[in-house]
Each structure stands twice: as C-alpha cells, then as structure tokens.
Design a protein around this ligand. Structure first.
Ligand code: FAD
Length: 370
C-alpha cells in the first residue's frame, strides 16, 4: 500500500539545517507548502540538540570574517572547498543575530553586554558563541517552537528510503519514505527537496553522533548517481568519555572548551604529552591532538581503561564547576570527578567532513535536489 503526499518543498531532517530551511522558505513565500520529514521526532533527533561547545562566528573588534575563514582553511590543511568555507564564515554573523533577534535564543554575555566568545582549538580569536556548555539545546528548542508556530507539515518517524527521479531522469520527482510507526510506504512528490539528513560516522566503535545518524541520506544520493566528496575525512574529537564497554555514554564527547580553557591531557602515568607533538599543546586542532593521543595509546602509555586522562583540577575545581556545569554533571553521572580529579578519555569519531557535491547555493547536479 503506497500513500501519496504532495508538497512544494520537502525537507528531510529536522536538525538546525532542516528547521532553519523551513523557516526561511516560509519567510520567502508564506504561500508555499513546506513539509519536514524526519526519522525521529521534530527537533528531538539528530546532532544539533547535542551541541555543547557553541557556534563559531566573528563578531568582535579584532576579529573578522577573513580571520575566521583563514582559521577554517588553514585548520583544514587547505583542503576545504573555499567558496563553501567563505559562505559559512561570511553568513555566520547574520545567522547568530537571527538566532537571537528572531528565533529567541539567548547566548552567554560579557559584562558589557556583548556576546561572549569561548576559546576553541585551532582559532586565532575566541569566537565560539555559546549557552553555557549546552548550546544545542538552546538553538534547537527555540527553532522547534518557531516551526511549531507555523503551518509546516510534519512527517515524524518517517525514514527517507530513496530519491525518485522523474520518468525522464532529468530532475527529481520526490522521495519514498516509510512511516516507521505503521510500516506504510509514503511517496512525497515535491518541487524541491532539501537533503538535511547530515553525516554521522556512527559506524566506529567510539562515536559521538546520535544513533539516527547512519549516513543513509548520502547513500540515497549516491544511488541516484550523484557524486560525493571527502568521504574519507572523518573528524575525530580528542576527548570522548571512556566509561566502560557496557554503557552508551562511552564515546560521548567532553567538549572542546575544556582544552580551550587550559585542560591537560595526561598519559596513564600522569605525564603531559601534547607539547611533544605541537607547540600549541592541547589547543592544537582536533586532528593533531587525536593523532597524538592515538600514538600514545599505541605505545601502551594508557590508563587502566585503555585510554588517556583529561585533567582540569589545576584550574581550580570551583572555577571548573562554574564554567562547565554540564560536563561536570555528565562525568558525575558516570562516577567521575571532572572538577577535582582525572577522567579517562579516547578519541571518538565525531563529524563527517564530506558530503554530496553541491555549489554555493547547495544545488546538486540533480535539478530539484539541494
Ligand atoms: C556531541 C556533539 C557535539 C557537537 N558540538 C558542536 C559544537 O560545539 N559546535 C559545532 O559547530 N558543531 C558541533 N557539533 C556538530 C553539529 O552538531 C552538526 O554540525 C550540526 O548540528 C548538523 O546539523 P544538521 O541539521 O545538518 O544535522 P542534525 O542536527 O544531525 O539533523 C539530522 C536530521 O536528519 C534526520 N535524518 C537522518 N537520516 C534520515 C532519513 N533517512 N530520513 C529522514 N530523516 C533523517 C535525523 O533524524 C535528524 O533529524 C557537535 C556534534 C555532536 C554529535
């Protein structure tokens, strides 16, 4: 039994990308029929909700879009698509203002009222705008409220299975989905489809993304003949929590700001090793720190659990509790004292840098698919 549904714009995925796109489409033309189809629940699935650290944006005197762009391209070893990297950096100030002034987010501030920028690795300026260390919940909850308040059609617990080209193969006709509650198949015919299903390298033993991220969106694109790029570029986050094999908390991330604020990485014997690998120490980019950690682990310099330690206590336990309430609580839930002790960590698969080849407007080689 195949059920049919017609819409103007079909958005697959309800993370930050999908929900922002739904709002922007209605802003551009309130008469459009916009449908969001998502494997989980709207705004409650995917990785945006899990963001801890914050959002990189150049806002302050002394910083600039050019500087943000150079940090991005140099950190990426000159491999990023520079047109896309520029677009990301150049539109970030507008996006963060939109998040506060139109969507209703409220980020942490400096005493003078300007937005506070956290220190993140690989940055020449402290530009990570945040809400404590649970930024994603603030962003996705406010976006979700805005979408709920508008006439956006929702197909929740619907998994997209296949992109269906038009009969002449020249454009996209729609998407085949399965309603995961009933098992029914549903074909959604759309004038434009946005693939906002994200990446998510969840095939690694230690990984951070949510379980619904299985890269099936990219597989659908590949099956209709679209090119993918940089699929080998998996970013490993250095500090995945190592809490034992029996808990799904193992692999979840302890945020970058811990190293940015001055946290140390120590081997099993308590020796600080990062300065052997990079003069920036723990504030080197994630690829360098993760490789250094892996090298130490291969040398056998490990903790009892087979990883390494992160230590924050030298910064003062009260200060650590104040700055990183969420991280301290997460560790305490697993029986570890992040503020006053040492916590075992391992590099964990975090982010897929690759994806479907597209231009700066996100248009792909298949007309109708973005
Ligand atoms: C633990 C963690 C911490 C992070 N911290 C930061 C940070 O501090 N700063 C930062 O900039 N980035 C951070 N990131 C990365 C950031 O989360 C992502 O880059 C961003 O949220 C991606 O947004 P998105 O909308 O593309 O994808 P997501 O938010 O992951 O949403 C994808 C959506 O697609 C849906 N979906 C997937 N497959 C299908 C399918 N077949 N059919 C239908 N729906 C489907 C999912 O259910 C979900 O709703 C972090 C990531 C993780 C995992």
């Amino acid at each position: 039994m195949l059920e049919w549904h017609d819409t103007d714009i079909l958005i697959l995925g309800s993370g930050g990308a999908g929900l922002f796109a739904a709002l922007h489409a209605l802003q551009a033309n309130p008469a459009l029929r916009v449908t969001v189809a998502v494997k989980g629940l709207l705004g409650k699935s995917g990785c945006t909700r899990m963001v801890q650290g914050g959002y990189n944006v150049s806002l302050h005197p002394g910083d600039s879009v050019e500087r943000h762009f150079m940090d991005t391209v140099v950190g990426g070893k000159w491999l990023p698509d520079q047109a896309l990297a520029w677009r990301l950096c150049a539109t970030a100030p507008e996006r963060v203002q939109e998040l506060e002034n139109e969507i209703g987010c409220f980020f942490d501030r400096n005493p003078d009222g300007t937005l506070h920028g956290k220190a993140f690795a690989g940055q020449s300026f402290d530009r990570t705008v945040h809400k404590g260390d649970l930024t994603g919940i603030e962003i996705i909850n406010r976006l979700m409220e805005q979408v709920w308040a508008r006439p956006v059609e929702r197909l929740e617990e619907h998994r997209a299975l296949a992109l269906i080209p038009a009969s002449d193969g020249a454009s996209l006709s729609g998407v085949l989905l399965v309603d995961m509650r009933s098992g029914a198949f549903r074909f959604v015919r759309a004038r434009a489809v946005l693939l906002a299903t994200g990446g998510g390298p969840t095939m690694y033993r230690y990984h951070t993304p949510s379980g619904d991220k299985s890269m099936d969106g990219l597989a659908m694109a590949l099956r209709v003949g679209l090119g993918l790029r940089d699929m080998e570029m998996v970013q490993f986050h250095p500090t995945g929590l190592l809490a034992g094999q029996e808990t799904r908390m193992t692999g979840t991330v302890l945020e970058e700001g811990l190293r940015g604020a001055g946290g140390y990485l120590l081997d099993g014997a308590g020796r600080r090793f990062m300065l052997d690998y990079d003069p920036r120490g723990e504030r080197a980019t994630r690829d360098i720190v993760s490789r250094a950690m892996y090298a130490e682990m291969r040398k056998g310099n490990t903790t009892p659990g087979g990883g390494l330690y992160i230590q924050m206590s030298h910064l003062g336990p009260d200060e650590v509790r104040r700055q990183f309430r969420g991280m301290v609580q997460r560790c305490a839930d697993c029986g570890f004292d992040l503020a006053g002790g040492r916590v075992e960590v391992v590099p964990t698969a975090h982010y897929l840098m690759g994806g479907v080849i597209c231009d700066e407007t996100t248009a792909t080689a298949l007309p109708g698919l973005f």
